[in-house]
Each structure stands twice: as C-alpha cells, then as structure tokens.
Design a protein around this ligand. Sequence first.
Ligand code: CUO
Length: 668
Amino acid sequence: RPQEPAFMPKGDQKKAFAVPPEYLSEKYKPIGPQVTSRFGEEASEQIPVNRITIPPLGEILELPRDSNFSLFIPKHRKLAGRLIDIFLGVRNVDDLLSVAVYARDRVNPYLFNYALSVALLHRPDTQDLDIPSIIHSFPDKYLDSKVFAKAREDATVVPEGSRLPIEVPKDYTASDLETEHRLAYFREDIGLNLHHWHWHLVYPFEAARSVVAKDRRGELFYYMHQQVIARYNFERLSNNLKRVTRFLDWDAPIDEAYFPKLDSLVASRAWPARVSNQRLQNVNREVDGLKLDVDDMKRWRDRIFDAIQSGMVRDRSGRQIPLTEDEGIDILGNMVESSILSVDRDFYGDLHNTGHILISYIHDPDHRHLESFSTIGDSATAMRDPIFYRWHAFIDDLFQKFKGTLPRYSENQLNNPGVTVQSVDVDVQGGQQNVLQTFWQQSDVDLSRGMDFQPRGSVFVRFTHLQHRAFTYKINVQSNQPREGTCRIFLAPKTDERGNPWLLRDQRLMFIELDKFKVVLKQGQNTIMRNSIDSSVTIPFERTYRDLDTSRPQGGEQLSQFNFCGCGWPDNLLIPKGTPEGLPCQLFVMISNIEGDRVNQDASGQCNDADSYCGIKDKLYPDRRSMGYPFDRLPRDGVDTLEQFLTSNMRVQDVSIQFQNRTFKPRN
Ligand code: CUO
C-alpha cells in the first residue's frame, strides 16, 4: 500500500513509469525526484507516459483515498460511472495509460481498481491486457488480518528464498460454540468470494447501457444466486444443519452474528462486526448520500408481490407488460436486484441492493460512530456473512413465487423421443465407483502485489480449503438415429434434513448444476465420458488464483479476458463437503432435445468454459432453455417424486459424498 501501478505485470518488478512531474499528486510534487526514483532506480526499463490533457476528475476526488468503497452505495456508483466513462472515453491505450497514471494516486484505490477493471473489460483495444486479480491488489478483503503484520515482518527480516508461507488457521472467525461457524469454510472460501466479485464486475447493475444490457442478465442474476442458495443448503445438510431460513421479518432481531476479522489496508480500519439480535434500522448517512427507510423496502416488496400475482408489471409510462414464460424472469431479475434495466425503478425500487445496504449499516445507521459498512456491503466480501444467505433466500423465494405461476413442463417438453439414458456412473480417481470424495487441501497465494514491501519479493500465505478427488462421468445412451443433444447433470441430497425422502417440489430447489455440455450421438449405443475438471460451472483452480499458474503463456490472447475469465465457480467447491459416513445423494442426468436448446452463434474463443453461471463474454447465453431447466418450475400434475418425473432421456443414479477429515499439503 500503495500498490504497484495496475498495468505492471507480475514478475516484472524492474519496470517503472516515467511520469511527467505534473502528474504527481500535490503532496508528492515538492519531492518529485525522490518519489520517481523510488521505483525508478531499480528499474531496468522505463515506460514512458505521454503528457496529455487530463479530463477533469471533479467529484470523483470527493471520495477520500482512505475510505471504503461500495457499489451498493448510489453515490459511489455514480463516481465509478464517471471514472469508467473517462477511461472508456480516451482515444487509445497510450492515453488510457496517461489518465490512469494520473488518477492512480489521487483517486480512492478501490474505486480506481474497479473503474479500470470495467474499462479494460469493455474497451475493444484493451482485450489483450492483463490486470492483477483483486486477491493480489487487495488481499485484505480475503484474508485474516493477522496475516499482514506477519507478512510485513517476514518481508523486512527474512531474505527472499528463505521465507516460509504464513499459515492462516482454518478456523479463525469463530469457534464451534457458534453453530453457523460450521459453514465458515464455504462462506469464507477465497475462490467463492472471487467468483462473486467477478460476477458483479461482469454484470454491473449500473453503468452505460451498453455495458449493463447483456443477454439475459436479469435471469442470470436470479439463477446464479439461486444456485448459491442451493449449494449453501447442500453444505448445510452436509454439516447437520437445516436449510437456511429466509430473512422475512425485517423488524425482528437478527440472530446471526458475524465478526469478519478483516482489516482494510486502504481505510486502515477493521471491517465492522455485527453482534447477535440487532434489528434493521432506517439509514440516514449524509456522508454516503443515503436516506433509506425499512418501510421503503416493504412498499417495494409488496408492489413486486402484486406484479408477480397479476403476471404484469407496469413501466414508467404506466403501460402494462406481461411477465411471460420466456422473458418474465429476466424482467423480474432486473427489477428486484435492481439494475438500470428495471421497468420502473421509482415504483419497484431497489429491493435487493437496499437490503445489502441496510444490513451493512445495522451497527451505525446514522454514522454517529463514524463507522463504515460491514462485509455484506461489498460484493468482494458479502458471501462471508451468514446473513447474506438469509437475505438471498428471501430474494430467491420471490423468484420462485413467480416460477410457481408458470405452466409446468409437460412430458413432451421434457422427453427426447428416441433417446434413452441407460446408465450413469461416476468413476472417482483412486476410489470407489459412485462415492465422491472430499477432503481439506492447503494452497499458497503470493501477497506481495497487494502490499508495499521494502525490500520486495514474494511472501506466501498458506490457506486451507475444501477439495474433492477428480472424477469422470460414464453415461450410456441409446439413440435411434444420429443426433445432437445437451447433457445436463445435477446433484441433490437424497433426503431432507430429517432423513425423509423429498417431494420433488422441494428437492428441485436443492439440485445444484454440476455440468452441461453438447453431445453428438450416433445411432445405437453411445458411451459418454466426461471429466469433472471440464465442468461448465467451474473455472480451474489455477485461474481462480491466477499467479499460481506458471504455465500460462506470457502475452497474447490467452491473457486477454482475465476479468471475464475470473468469473466461474471455484473448482475446489464443485462438490459439497458431504459427511464422514457418506451423504446419500442423487445424481441426475438428462439428454435434452437440441431443438429446444440451440442458440445459433459461434461460441468458440476464450472463457466459454464457465458459462452456466457466468454466460460467455459478448455472446448470447449459450442455452436457450430457461436457466435451471428442467428444475426451474414445479413438477407437472401427478408427479410428486423425482422417480415419477423421469422420462426415458433422464436417469438418476444414487451416489454418496464421503468427507475425509484429512489435510493435504500444497500441490507445489
Ligand atoms: Cu450477488 Cu446480493 O447479489 O450479492
């Protein structure tokens, strides 16, 4: 802190910018030469920065450098929008470099990083630029605050090469007295939080329309977060906890407490905690330009319920728009979140975002204690707090109420005549068939980018996360003619929290997507083999923690889409934890009819490998069906159980997830 300039590639610490003296911020101008030589003397290469007329930064500078920054706060969003416009508006990459260098030391670092990331993601001429992962820029949002003092000490005292990784204990935010702490390994998983940050970076709810209006973004907001809740509930059942309860009564005390034990290196403050039994309060914080009442949220909620019930929403001009089978969920997603695509943001409000804000200021709603927001107020940290899941369970239930009004899929809409899935098995590496295996694994991440060390050099932190053994699906399919199809794979617990068999109307909400891919079938017998690592839901571990991947090519196209490519469920959480005795589960496989699936486009290129939750950059969502199909709607009449739901192109296999309480040391 301050971090290195954002363009500086990893491992190239010998480069420095040759900055025009007037670009230095006011406090550094008098000592300009010393500051520029700070990096300059060690540099083998000077990168020239052109002198251009810098667009006025104006109100962007109103957010102090040492403040926290949140996209949920409209004032902060507006400032980010201004800076993004500036970054998008300059003529070429050289000018972008100039304005970025100029802004870097003047603008709030979080705001700067966010705006530059969005600009690099959307400028046609920066598609081949690589920017640091947020875990490297702001490791303080992802790691126990104790680590940083140790890291600084190590960097000063221990020569590079002799430094040992600093180990973060697996349980550092609470003890087992707190039952919710059983889920900490999931909520605080670094890859999970990186995925969430990237998802919201790729799908901002407010920016230029060309940036926001991505294909089916409202529906994807619903689906990605629905899967978060399904996966969280799966983890809860793995830990002998019942499904998460919706946060419904906004006047009642909130049972869940959360003490994040994160320090903001930028704001030099600890992230606020929430004790048990706090209640939502009206927020009135001049400093953030916020005046929001709990009653506002209640009005918006009631209007949204009315819209769902009547199947109609009204736009700003009072026109009635039907919530159709195909597009209703997209309209509703944008309305509930809300994004600028909402049909009427004044009338339907900003329900989901306001929930994040009110909860995040519960400890200091009128700023009398001069405290900032808590972790749920920032998409990089929101998933750490148990209340996040209660809030999103409520949001998801709104969407499910709407889905409950849609016609059920008929047998005809589900079947794929001529296709029979005969068997499904899972071969687990070095294990028993149909027994998935999970365990703890340790990995190392380099902190040196996000901290200002003298002398410099890598400092590694070792953290513990859930992992599973790689496995392969083996699916036998009979087809009466050559054809294509889409193979959809889901997993759910076999029984509810009491050990009772599910009604499908409940179990359908527990199905987590594991994979989805196109298959080409020949006439007769086919065997489909598919590796877990190729899942359409996940990105590989190396991409989540990018700098661990030493094999990646230096330059060229592969680097280009990092910010988009950073979106994807972390591979290490593909399979829920399970239990030591083996959690009984049902693996569901379906080969759907390609005629209802196909989207006509060329989806080849980079970052098309985690499309289920993230879509594909600059392309249509690659599956025409409703997201979550075939479990996104209530089962047809007369169908109570999964078995009754099955048509010949579907198959269910009993599997179990066995958790081994062992910790494996780092792979490198
Ligand atoms: Cu992702 Cu509430 O939307 O956090």
